[in-house]
Design a protein around this ligand. Structure first.
Ligand code: IPE
Ligand code: IPE
Ligand code: MG
Length: 252
């Protein structure tokens, strides 16, 4: 029953959306803990409700003609949380993968994971790899899950690859262009996010997509993530449509 809302109708015709709408939306899904606390519930209840909101976000993004949706689900700094909360979160992730991947695969969603997955247990790493493989044939819509993700770690890892190639003599320092460097990041081949949303009223990036966000538009929503609904997504897109993206050029 629950999964009925996961798969939306096929992506909306791209005409209208492609002209004004963002191609890539990234969301910092924040506020699960406060949502639970305000109801006198344990934090895990907020994370569970947050997983339901993920389904609504996917539906809303597809309905709006968005082609790339990146969700920040677990940061490299979230490892600082108590072991019980981490195990609740990884348990939910495992549950999500087991129960949703078949439907993602059937429903035209490609799942891509970014982040330092080596920090997860071997079983979860295997589930992540399987989920990616089982959805790899889908090309219309990509759901990028940022898990154990930290932008500084990602950038340092890219710098190490470049340095190793220079040391090996296969890359000249002058050939490290922005394009080459971007191709060494976890997001290689993905368009930069056009729009970054953060829920829960916090106004910060928390180590999310620091390189890729160079020219993103930001919309901060007061709603707590478990209460996120399609209407919030639509409102954020309306706000995006009012923005004047200049990319440094002189205004008209
Ligand atoms: C977002 O909700 C989920 C994760 C960061 C894993 P939080 O757990 O950060 O909720 P708040 O910010 O404490 O309300
Ligand atoms: C950012 O939320 C990470 C995710 C949403 C996964 P946090 O709740 O961890 O961020 P801070 O600690 O408030 O900056
Ligand atoms: Mg938070």
């Amino acid at each position: 029953m629950r999964s009925q809302t996961l798969m939306p109708s096929p992506a909306a015709p791209p005409e209208a959306a492609a002209i004004t709408g963002p191609r890539h939306v990234a969301i910092i899904m924040d506020g699960n803990g406060r949502w639970a606390r305000s109801r006198g519930l344990p934090r895990v209840a907020g994370h569970r409700a947050g997983a339901e909101a993920v389904r609504r976000a996917i539906t809303a993004a597809r309905a709006a003609g968005v082609r790339w949706l990146t969700l920040y689900a677990f940061s490299s700094e979230n490892w600082r949380r108590p072991a019980t909360e981490i195990s609740d979160l990884t348990g939910l992730l495992r549950h999500y993968l087991r129960h949703e991947v078949a439907e993602l695969a059937k429903g035209g969603v490609r799942l891509v994971i970014i982040g330092d997955r080596a920090r997860f247990g071997a079983d979860l790493q295997a589930e992540l790899a399987t989920a990616e493989q089982r959805t790899a044939h889908n090309t219309d819509f990509t759901l990028v899950m940022a898990l154990s993700y930290g932008a500084r770690h990602e950038i340092v890892a890219a710098a190490r690859i470049a340095a190793a190639r220079v040391a090996a003599g296969t890359l000249a320092p002058d050939d490290i262009t922005e394009e080459v460097f971007a191709s060494l990041l976890a997001t290689a081949g993905m368009p930069d996010p056009d729009l970054i949303l953060r829920t829960s009223g916090e106004h910060r990036l928390s180590n999310f997509l620091l390189w890729q966000a160079a020219y993103a538009e930001f919309v901060f929503l007061d709603v707590l993530w478990p209460d996120f609904a399609e209407t919030h997504f639509v409102a954020a897109l309306a706000e995006y449509a009012r923005r004047d993206r200049r990319f440094g050029a002189r205004p008209e």
